[in-house]
Design a binder for this molecule. Structure first.
Ligand SMILES: CC(C)(COP(=O)(O)OP(=O)(O)OC[C@H]1O[C@@H](n2cnc3c(N)ncnc32)[C@H](O)[C@@H]1OP(=O)(O)O)[C@@H](O)C(=O)NCCC(=O)NCCS
Length: 145
């Protein structure tokens, strides 16, 4: 398995990402424009894991931002194809993202969220040293006009 930061996306690769988005959530659909935007943005990073044939079998996204309290990174959408789970790939993807930050030479506070029902994901993050934080998470959908 090889992990890299994705910088461009063919139609075949997009379809592989579509499958992974479906594994993440049955209510989400991958959108080509959104994937292209992720790839184009300097502070958004899409890391993909490929098998020996080059097929994308796992991915994660990391977004970096700087606010008055410091540099932050948030890791989102960690997912591995069901047939490739349990082989250490999820851990390697998160490790790769963290190493990417370390290689920048800058310090970051890294955050992520995961529903309590995501047993594997919560176990993975805790085993990597992430600590639960007492806070309220709010979301709001804002539509462009
Ligand atoms: C979460 C996910 C990415 C983990 O990927 P993975 O490649 O299967 O995980 P790994 O093999 O690297 O396992 C790493 C650790 O995760 C935990 N873990 C993995 N599978 C687990 C399971 N079925 N039950 C409990 N813990 C599990 C273990 O702590 C494991 O460490 P260990 O092998 O030393 O015990 C994968 O299960 C997945 O894609 N799930 C569906 C999507 C999802 O929930 N994403 C998270 C969104 S927040």
């Amino acid at each position: 398995m090889k992990i890299t930061r994705m910088t461009s996306c063919t139609d075949i690769e997009f379809r592989q990402i579509e499958v992974l988005v479906g594994v993440l959530s049955s209510s989400c659909k991958a959108n080509r424009d959104v994937i292209d935007e992720v790839l184009a943005k300097e502070d958004s990073h899409l890391f993909v894991a490929r098998d020996a044939d080059g097929r994308i079998v796992g991915m994660t996204t990391m977004c970096c931002f700087t606010i008055p309290t410091g540099r932050h990174a948030t890791i989102e959408d960690v997912v591995v194809l069901p047939e490739c789970q349990g082989m250490g790939l999820g851990r390697k993807l998160v490790q790769y993202a963290l190493q990417y930050l370390k290689d920048s030479g800058l310090s970051y506070k890294v955050g992520l969220t995961s529903k309590p029902t995501r047993i594997a994901a919560n176990a993975l993050y805790r085993s990597m040293g992430f600590k639960p934080k007492e806070t309220n998470v709010y979301t709001l959908d804002v539509a462009g006009v």
